[in-house]
Design a protein around this ligand. Structure first.
Ligand code: ATP
Ligand code: MG
Length: 305
Protein backbone atom coordinates (compact mmCIF):
# COMPACT_ATOMS: atom_id res chain seq x y z
CA UNK A 1 0.00 0.00 0.00
CA UNK A 2 1.20 3.52 -0.79
CA UNK A 3 1.65 5.87 2.14
CA UNK A 4 -1.67 7.75 2.52
CA UNK A 5 0.36 10.94 3.08
CA UNK A 6 1.70 10.63 -0.47
CA UNK A 7 -1.78 10.06 -1.89
CA UNK A 8 -3.14 13.17 -0.14
CA UNK A 9 -1.31 15.47 -2.58
CA UNK A 10 -3.38 14.08 -5.46
CA UNK A 11 -6.77 14.59 -3.81
CA UNK A 12 -8.63 17.83 -4.55
CA UNK A 13 -9.62 19.15 -1.12
CA UNK A 14 -13.32 20.11 -1.15
CA UNK A 15 -13.87 23.81 -1.65
CA UNK A 16 -10.44 24.60 -3.10
CA UNK A 17 -9.91 26.41 -6.38
CA UNK A 18 -7.94 24.11 -8.61
CA UNK A 19 -4.96 25.33 -10.57
CA UNK A 20 -3.85 22.37 -12.68
CA UNK A 21 -0.39 23.85 -13.11
CA UNK A 22 0.24 23.19 -9.43
CA UNK A 23 -0.34 19.45 -9.95
CA UNK A 24 2.50 17.43 -11.48
CA UNK A 25 2.02 15.44 -14.67
CA UNK A 26 5.32 13.56 -14.36
CA UNK A 27 5.75 12.36 -10.82
CA UNK A 28 9.16 10.84 -11.58
CA UNK A 29 10.50 14.39 -12.11
CA UNK A 30 9.68 15.50 -8.54
CA UNK A 31 12.46 15.86 -5.95
CA UNK A 32 11.07 13.01 -3.85
CA UNK A 33 11.10 10.71 -6.86
CA UNK A 34 14.51 11.78 -8.11
CA UNK A 35 16.01 10.65 -4.83
CA UNK A 36 14.63 7.16 -5.39
CA UNK A 37 15.63 6.88 -9.03
CA UNK A 38 13.46 5.97 -12.01
CA UNK A 39 14.18 2.23 -12.06
CA UNK A 40 13.29 1.81 -8.40
CA UNK A 41 10.02 3.68 -8.95
CA UNK A 42 9.12 1.63 -12.00
CA UNK A 43 9.73 -1.61 -10.14
CA UNK A 44 7.83 -0.46 -7.05
CA UNK A 45 4.92 0.74 -9.22
CA UNK A 46 4.72 -2.72 -10.79
CA UNK A 47 4.65 -4.37 -7.38
CA UNK A 48 1.93 -2.01 -6.14
CA UNK A 49 -0.21 -2.68 -9.20
CA UNK A 50 0.25 -6.43 -8.77
CA UNK A 51 -0.60 -6.36 -5.04
CA UNK A 52 -3.58 -4.08 -5.59
CA UNK A 53 -4.99 -6.30 -8.34
CA UNK A 54 -5.11 -9.25 -5.96
CA UNK A 55 -6.65 -7.17 -3.18
CA UNK A 56 -9.17 -5.71 -5.60
CA UNK A 57 -10.37 -9.14 -6.67
CA UNK A 58 -10.87 -10.12 -3.03
CA UNK A 59 -12.51 -6.77 -2.27
CA UNK A 60 -14.96 -7.22 -5.15
CA UNK A 61 -15.93 -10.69 -3.90
CA UNK A 62 -16.60 -9.21 -0.47
CA UNK A 63 -18.54 -6.36 -2.07
CA UNK A 64 -20.73 -8.93 -3.82
CA UNK A 65 -21.20 -11.14 -0.75
CA UNK A 66 -22.04 -8.32 1.65
CA UNK A 67 -24.51 -6.85 -0.88
CA UNK A 68 -24.69 -3.43 0.78
CA UNK A 69 -22.54 -1.24 -1.49
CA UNK A 70 -21.52 -0.61 -5.06
CA UNK A 71 -18.49 1.26 -6.38
CA UNK A 72 -18.44 3.82 -9.18
CA UNK A 73 -15.10 4.82 -10.71
CA UNK A 74 -15.19 7.87 -12.97
CA UNK A 75 -12.36 8.51 -15.45
CA UNK A 76 -11.90 11.80 -17.26
CA UNK A 77 -8.91 13.09 -19.20
CA UNK A 78 -7.61 14.76 -22.32
CA UNK A 79 -7.18 12.43 -25.31
CA UNK A 80 -4.34 9.91 -25.12
CA UNK A 81 -3.93 10.36 -21.36
CA UNK A 82 -4.32 6.61 -20.89
CA UNK A 83 -7.86 6.07 -19.62
CA UNK A 84 -8.33 2.80 -21.49
CA UNK A 85 -4.98 1.34 -20.47
CA UNK A 86 -5.43 2.34 -16.84
CA UNK A 87 -8.87 0.74 -16.68
CA UNK A 88 -7.57 -2.42 -18.37
CA UNK A 89 -4.56 -2.79 -16.09
CA UNK A 90 -6.23 -1.91 -12.81
CA UNK A 91 -9.27 -4.13 -13.39
CA UNK A 92 -7.48 -7.05 -15.05
CA UNK A 93 -7.49 -9.22 -11.93
CA UNK A 94 -11.15 -8.71 -11.06
CA UNK A 95 -13.81 -11.31 -11.83
CA UNK A 96 -15.42 -10.01 -15.07
CA UNK A 97 -18.85 -10.74 -13.59
CA UNK A 98 -18.12 -8.29 -10.82
CA UNK A 99 -17.42 -5.21 -12.89
CA UNK A 100 -18.99 -3.29 -15.75
CA UNK A 101 -17.26 -0.71 -17.94
CA UNK A 102 -19.26 1.92 -19.80
CA UNK A 103 -17.64 4.21 -22.38
CA UNK A 104 -19.68 7.31 -23.11
CA UNK A 105 -19.45 8.83 -26.56
CA UNK A 106 -21.38 11.66 -28.17
CA UNK A 107 -24.98 11.40 -26.98
CA UNK A 108 -27.67 10.03 -29.33
CA UNK A 109 -30.77 12.00 -30.29
CA UNK A 110 -32.77 9.96 -27.78
CA UNK A 111 -30.26 10.72 -25.03
CA UNK A 112 -30.30 14.42 -25.88
CA UNK A 113 -34.08 14.38 -25.49
CA UNK A 114 -33.70 13.53 -21.79
CA UNK A 115 -32.17 15.32 -18.82
CA UNK A 116 -28.38 15.20 -19.04
CA UNK A 117 -27.96 12.64 -16.24
CA UNK A 118 -30.41 10.13 -17.72
CA UNK A 119 -28.02 7.99 -19.74
CA UNK A 120 -25.57 7.74 -16.86
CA UNK A 121 -28.24 6.74 -14.35
CA UNK A 122 -29.17 3.80 -16.53
CA UNK A 123 -25.58 2.59 -16.47
CA UNK A 124 -24.97 2.74 -12.70
CA UNK A 125 -23.56 -0.39 -11.06
CA UNK A 126 -25.93 -2.54 -9.06
CA UNK A 127 -25.12 -3.42 -5.44
CA UNK A 128 -22.11 -5.71 -5.18
CA UNK A 129 -20.52 -4.52 -8.43
CA UNK A 130 -17.81 -2.11 -9.51
CA UNK A 131 -18.96 0.21 -12.31
CA UNK A 132 -16.46 2.11 -14.40
CA UNK A 133 -17.35 5.20 -16.38
CA UNK A 134 -14.85 5.83 -19.18
CA UNK A 135 -15.96 9.46 -19.64
CA UNK A 136 -19.08 10.36 -17.74
CA UNK A 137 -21.64 13.05 -16.85
CA UNK A 138 -18.60 15.30 -16.44
CA UNK A 139 -18.48 15.54 -20.25
CA UNK A 140 -21.65 17.58 -19.83
CA UNK A 141 -19.67 20.31 -18.08
CA UNK A 142 -16.42 19.80 -20.03
CA UNK A 143 -16.64 19.12 -23.77
CA UNK A 144 -19.88 21.08 -24.08
CA UNK A 145 -18.46 23.95 -22.07
CA UNK A 146 -15.71 24.20 -24.66
CA UNK A 147 -18.26 23.63 -27.47
CA UNK A 148 -21.65 24.96 -26.29
CA UNK A 149 -22.97 24.40 -29.84
CA UNK A 150 -22.93 20.65 -29.03
CA UNK A 151 -25.36 21.02 -26.12
CA UNK A 152 -28.26 19.80 -28.24
CA UNK A 153 -31.83 20.98 -28.81
CA UNK A 154 -33.67 22.90 -26.16
CA UNK A 155 -30.47 24.23 -24.58
CA UNK A 156 -29.26 27.85 -24.62
CA UNK A 157 -27.05 28.88 -27.54
CA UNK A 158 -24.84 30.94 -25.23
CA UNK A 159 -25.09 29.36 -21.79
CA UNK A 160 -24.21 31.75 -18.96
CA UNK A 161 -22.29 31.05 -15.75
CA UNK A 162 -25.51 30.21 -13.92
CA UNK A 163 -26.22 27.42 -16.42
CA UNK A 164 -22.92 25.70 -15.54
CA UNK A 165 -23.32 26.33 -11.83
CA UNK A 166 -26.70 24.62 -12.00
CA UNK A 167 -25.12 21.62 -13.70
CA UNK A 168 -22.38 21.39 -11.04
CA UNK A 169 -25.11 21.53 -8.41
CA UNK A 170 -27.07 18.78 -10.18
CA UNK A 171 -23.93 16.64 -10.27
CA UNK A 172 -23.18 17.23 -6.59
CA UNK A 173 -26.74 16.35 -5.65
CA UNK A 174 -26.64 13.26 -7.88
CA UNK A 175 -23.44 12.06 -6.23
CA UNK A 176 -24.87 12.82 -2.78
CA UNK A 177 -27.86 10.66 -3.68
CA UNK A 178 -25.54 7.85 -4.82
CA UNK A 179 -23.44 8.04 -1.66
CA UNK A 180 -26.52 7.97 0.56
CA UNK A 181 -27.66 4.87 -1.26
CA UNK A 182 -24.46 2.92 -0.72
CA UNK A 183 -22.39 3.83 -3.78
CA UNK A 184 -18.75 4.65 -3.23
CA UNK A 185 -17.84 7.25 -5.85
CA UNK A 186 -14.18 7.87 -6.77
CA UNK A 187 -13.18 10.24 -9.56
CA UNK A 188 -9.90 10.33 -11.46
CA UNK A 189 -8.59 13.03 -13.72
CA UNK A 190 -5.58 11.61 -15.59
CA UNK A 191 -3.39 14.67 -15.81
CA UNK A 192 -1.18 14.51 -18.89
CA UNK A 193 1.07 17.32 -20.18
CA UNK A 194 0.61 18.88 -23.60
CA UNK A 195 4.10 17.67 -24.53
CA UNK A 196 3.34 14.07 -23.58
CA UNK A 197 0.08 14.17 -25.55
CA UNK A 198 2.04 15.30 -28.62
CA UNK A 199 4.53 12.44 -28.13
CA UNK A 200 1.69 9.89 -27.88
CA UNK A 201 -0.11 11.29 -30.94
CA UNK A 202 3.15 11.13 -32.92
CA UNK A 203 3.63 7.54 -31.81
CA UNK A 204 0.16 6.77 -33.14
CA UNK A 205 1.02 8.45 -36.44
CA UNK A 206 4.44 6.84 -36.79
CA UNK A 207 3.56 3.31 -35.79
CA UNK A 208 1.30 1.46 -38.30
CA UNK A 209 -0.05 -0.76 -35.50
CA UNK A 210 -1.30 2.36 -33.73
CA UNK A 211 -2.77 4.19 -36.72
CA UNK A 212 -6.25 3.00 -35.79
CA UNK A 213 -5.95 4.87 -32.51
CA UNK A 214 -5.42 8.22 -34.17
CA UNK A 215 -8.40 10.42 -34.86
CA UNK A 216 -8.40 13.80 -36.54
CA UNK A 217 -10.95 14.96 -34.00
CA UNK A 218 -8.28 14.49 -31.31
CA UNK A 219 -6.03 16.94 -33.19
CA UNK A 220 -8.86 19.47 -33.40
CA UNK A 221 -9.51 19.20 -29.65
CA UNK A 222 -5.80 19.65 -28.89
CA UNK A 223 -6.15 23.14 -30.33
CA UNK A 224 -8.61 23.88 -27.52
CA UNK A 225 -6.14 22.66 -24.86
CA UNK A 226 -6.33 25.83 -22.77
CA UNK A 227 -10.14 25.91 -22.78
CA UNK A 228 -10.27 22.27 -21.71
CA UNK A 229 -7.79 22.84 -18.86
CA UNK A 230 -9.93 25.73 -17.69
CA UNK A 231 -13.13 23.69 -17.92
CA UNK A 232 -11.44 20.90 -15.92
CA UNK A 233 -10.23 23.35 -13.29
CA UNK A 234 -13.73 24.76 -12.88
CA UNK A 235 -15.41 21.35 -12.76
CA UNK A 236 -12.89 19.90 -10.30
CA UNK A 237 -13.16 22.98 -8.06
CA UNK A 238 -16.96 22.80 -7.98
CA UNK A 239 -17.44 19.04 -7.59
CA UNK A 240 -14.73 17.57 -5.38
CA UNK A 241 -16.52 16.57 -2.21
CA UNK A 242 -15.71 14.41 0.77
CA UNK A 243 -18.18 11.80 -0.43
CA UNK A 244 -17.07 11.89 -4.09
CA UNK A 245 -13.50 13.20 -4.25
CA UNK A 246 -11.51 14.06 -7.35
CA UNK A 247 -7.96 12.77 -7.72
CA UNK A 248 -5.55 14.51 -10.07
CA UNK A 249 -3.34 11.64 -11.19
CA UNK A 250 0.03 12.41 -12.79
CA UNK A 251 -0.34 10.54 -16.08
CA UNK A 252 2.81 11.26 -18.11
CA UNK A 253 4.20 7.92 -16.87
CA UNK A 254 1.63 5.21 -17.39
CA UNK A 255 3.08 2.95 -14.69
CA UNK A 256 2.78 5.74 -12.10
CA UNK A 257 -0.85 6.46 -13.02
CA UNK A 258 -1.86 2.79 -12.92
CA UNK A 259 -0.23 2.10 -9.56
CA UNK A 260 -1.79 5.19 -7.98
CA UNK A 261 -5.30 4.46 -9.25
CA UNK A 262 -5.09 0.79 -8.23
CA UNK A 263 -3.92 1.70 -4.74
CA UNK A 264 -6.54 4.44 -4.23
CA UNK A 265 -9.40 2.18 -5.33
CA UNK A 266 -8.22 -0.71 -3.16
CA UNK A 267 -7.74 1.43 -0.08
CA UNK A 268 -11.14 3.11 -0.45
CA UNK A 269 -12.97 -0.22 -0.75
CA UNK A 270 -11.07 -1.64 2.22
CA UNK A 271 -12.03 1.46 4.21
CA UNK A 272 -15.70 0.51 3.80
CA UNK A 273 -14.91 -2.29 6.29
CA UNK A 274 -17.29 -4.70 4.64
CA UNK A 275 -17.93 -8.10 6.16
CA UNK A 276 -19.09 -11.43 4.84
CA UNK A 277 -22.70 -12.01 5.95
CA UNK A 278 -23.02 -13.96 9.18
CA UNK A 279 -24.50 -17.43 8.77
CA UNK A 280 -27.40 -18.11 11.15
CA UNK A 281 -27.57 -21.22 13.37
CA UNK A 282 -30.54 -22.39 11.30
CA UNK A 283 -28.56 -22.08 8.06
CA UNK A 284 -25.58 -23.86 9.65
CA UNK A 285 -27.85 -26.78 10.54
CA UNK A 286 -29.12 -26.92 6.96
CA UNK A 287 -25.56 -26.92 5.62
CA UNK A 288 -24.62 -29.80 7.94
CA UNK A 289 -27.70 -31.79 6.83
CA UNK A 290 -26.87 -31.16 3.16
CA UNK A 291 -23.29 -32.32 3.68
CA UNK A 292 -24.46 -35.54 5.35
CA UNK A 293 -26.95 -36.21 2.55
CA UNK A 294 -24.38 -35.50 -0.17
CA UNK A 295 -21.83 -37.85 1.36
CA UNK A 296 -24.34 -40.69 1.22
CA UNK A 297 -25.10 -40.22 -2.49
CA UNK A 298 -23.59 -42.42 -5.20
CA UNK A 299 -21.21 -41.12 -7.89
CA UNK A 300 -22.68 -43.47 -10.46
CA UNK A 301 -25.33 -42.41 -13.01
CA UNK A 302 -27.23 -45.54 -12.04
CA UNK A 303 -28.32 -45.27 -8.41
CA UNK A 304 -28.88 -49.06 -8.25
CA UNK A 305 -25.22 -49.81 -9.11
P1 ATP B 1 -10.77 6.32 -27.61
O1 ATP B 1 -10.42 7.48 -28.50
O2 ATP B 1 -9.66 5.94 -26.68
O3 ATP B 1 -11.37 5.15 -28.31
P2 ATP B 1 -12.69 8.08 -26.48
O4 ATP B 1 -13.32 8.07 -25.12
O5 ATP B 1 -11.81 9.25 -26.79
O6 ATP B 1 -11.93 6.74 -26.62
P3 ATP B 1 -14.07 8.72 -28.87
O7 ATP B 1 -15.13 7.99 -29.60
O8 ATP B 1 -12.78 9.01 -29.53
O9 ATP B 1 -13.83 7.92 -27.52
O10 ATP B 1 -14.62 10.08 -28.32
C1 ATP B 1 -15.81 10.20 -27.68
C2 ATP B 1 -16.21 11.62 -27.85
O11 ATP B 1 -17.51 11.80 -27.33
C3 ATP B 1 -15.28 12.57 -27.13
O12 ATP B 1 -14.85 13.58 -27.97
C4 ATP B 1 -16.17 13.13 -26.03
O13 ATP B 1 -15.83 14.45 -25.67
C5 ATP B 1 -17.54 13.03 -26.68
N1 ATP B 1 -18.60 13.03 -25.68
C6 ATP B 1 -18.75 12.21 -24.64
N2 ATP B 1 -19.81 12.58 -23.89
C7 ATP B 1 -20.34 13.68 -24.49
C8 ATP B 1 -21.43 14.54 -24.19
N3 ATP B 1 -22.19 14.34 -23.14
N4 ATP B 1 -21.67 15.57 -25.02
C9 ATP B 1 -20.89 15.76 -26.09
N5 ATP B 1 -19.85 15.00 -26.43
C10 ATP B 1 -19.55 13.97 -25.63
MG1 MG C 1 -10.84 9.50 -28.69
Amino acid sequence: MINPKLIEQFVVAPGTTVNLKSYVTDWTATDAAQELGKNVIKERAREILEESRKHLDAAQELLYASDTHSVLLVFQAMDAAGKDGTIRHVMSGVNPQGCQVYSFKKPSTEELDHNFLWRYMKALPERGRIGIFNRSYYEDVLVVKVHPEWLGPGQPANPNEKFWENRYEDINNFEKHLARNGTLVLKFFLHVSKGEQKRRFLERLNNPDKHWKFSEADMAEREHWKDYQKAFEEALSATSTRRAPWHVIPADRKYVARALVADIVCTAIQDLKLEFPKVSAEKMAKLAAARERLEKTSNSDNPEA
